[in-house]
Design a protein around this ligand. Structure first.
Ligand SMILES: [Fe+2]
Length: 468
């Protein structure tokens, strides 16, 4: 899941409402080190004591945050798997720990003894090079290890990772820091998945459990949507430089983009309701063939988590069940629904290159995890006419297939399985969501999901061609 624009103060922890403690400032000398590159600040391979301190702080912060996100869960909530795509919270806690154990401790710490060698099989996600694994759809059948066992596993691995960093000399740090950094970003991806999986779990429950109590800001009128023109040119796309990025964000390369227009803000619930009321879910002419099949098979008649109550629509949120706010960005739609909606409006989805070019002038902030809303919020009308909400709220579907950039090379070894092997039958989403950490998102970030996936915070921003 480069932070040139991120060296700003993080919001006050109280604003999150989860009791999450976020230090005011992080120095990202180490945390942003790209895998396989040298340190940005020293310009040489190796470490200094301040680099090691920064890395330990950053590691601790992200590991603690995962546990903070579980603070409101009951023990029973940790265990259940609501569908094969989702994992129990307990599994996320263990798997992210396994990542550090497998790719850091087992390789770098020659004297390291696993707390339980069976975890290697139990919480491996998809790494063929690491060996066999427990079947994904059966993760919810694991009542053991217990939640307490998993927390003990986390403590055990954390202590060994922190000791390793403390004791590493410069040469050892040069190889350790990039892998630990990757593990930290991996953990941040799983923090978002943990939240979306808890939401899906709670949505299956007629009691509508509340993950965290919040009163959402309600705006009576959404900011008006306007079309912003972006000039065509040969543009540079993708990540370059010493700051951290996943391998799939590079190499930086040139792409020709024609003049196009992009919507100033995402599609709202109210606008999407017009699509529903116009028979959007009953008209095959609006849908891709695969989309129409998915609609029929999965009986879609509205975004995920929407429920009709007479003439009103309600939706499930992490703060419980409530009536929809027409001014909020619509969320939990599949690529298929986003595409059908765009066609109905006489528009289209942006390509990922268009999205990236359009986003360049926008600061990387917005309704991200730190805001604490854990749900999209309406665009402020004070910023009407400007490009709004490029970051946070909901991931924005693009019309681009998730494919390798020209010259792409996966990381060597087992970590080459991290991104590259999923480059088939998925679409790219951009911009992060209300469950994404600010330090985890950047203009070049490429998220990806299959076109019928709906349980992530996924939204719609329209684009259209400029008539020549
Ligand atoms: Fe993972």
């Amino acid at each position: 899941m480069g932070h040139a624009m991120l060296d700003h103060d993080m919001p006050c922890p109280e604003s999150i409402g989860l009791g999450i403690s976020i230090p005011n400032r992080y120095t990202r000398r180490v945390a942003d080190t790209k895998v396989g590159t040298r340190s940005e600040t020293t310009g040489r391979a190796g470490s200094s004591s301040s680099e090691a301190t920064d890395l330990r702080l950053w590691y601790r912060h992200v590991r603690d945050l995962t546990q903070q996100l579980c603070r409101t869960l009951a023990t029973e909530d940790y265990v259940v798997q609501s569908m094969p795509d989702c994992s129990p919270a307990k599994w996320h806690l263990a798997h992210t720990t396994w990542f550090f154990e497998t790719f850091v401790l087992s390789r770098a710490a020659t004297s390291y003894v696993p707390l339980d060698p069976r975890y290697r099989y139990l919480v491996n996600s998809y790494y063929e090079a690491v060996g066999d694994r427990h079947p994904r759809p059966q993760r919810g059948l694991l009542s053991r290890p217990t939640v307490d066992d998993v927390y003990a596993y986390r403590s055990y691995v954390d202590q060994h990772v922190l000791d390793l960093v403390t004791e590493a000399d410069e040469q050892e740090m040069a190889s350790l820091a990039p892998i630990i950094t990757l593990g930290i970003h991996h953990e941040q991806q799983h923090q978002e998945l943990l939240l979306t999986d808890v939401k899906h779990l709670f949505a299956q429950n007629p009691l509508h459990p509340i993950y965290v109590t919040r009163t959402p800001p309600r705006q009576s009128k959404p900011s008006p949507m306007t079309w912003l023109t972006v000039e065509g040119d040969v543009h540079w796309i993708g990540h370059d430089g010493p700051r951290f990025a996943f391998d799939n964000e590079g190499p930086r390369h040139q792409e020709f983009i024609r003049d196009f227009q992009i919507a100033s803000r995402p599609v709202t619930n109210g606008e999407f309701l017009e699509f529903i009321n116009d028979g959007g879910y009953t008209r095959p002419d609006l849908w891709l063939s695969a989309g129409w099949s998915a609609l029929q098979e999965q009986q879609w008649e509205a975004p995920m988590y929407w429920q009709r109550d007479g003439s009103a629509w309600w939706l499930m949120t992490l703060s419980g069940f409530r009536e929809i706010d027409p001014s909020e960005p619509v969320c939990h739609v599949s690529y298929m629904e986003a595409d059908a909606y765009a066609r109905w409006r006489g528009a289209r989805l942006p390509t990922e290159a268009e999205w990236e070019v359009a986003a360049r002038g926008s600061e990387v902030n917005g309704n991200l995890l730190e805001s604490g809303h854990l749900h999209p919020v309406a665009a402020p009308s004070s910023d009407a006419g400007r490009l709004q909400q490029m970051y946070g709220d909901g991931w924005e579907w693009t019309q681009s297939s998730y494919s390798p950039y020209p010259g792409y090379r996966p990381l060597p070894g087992a970590l080459g399985e991290y991104n590259g092997k999923f480059m088939c039958n998925q679409y790219v989403l951009r911009g992060g969501s209300c469950a994404t950490s600010t330090s985890h998102i950047r203009p070049t970030y490429r998220n990806f999901f299959p076109p019928d996936a709906r349980w992530q915070f996924s939204s719609i921003r329209l684009a259209r061609d400029v008539e020549l």
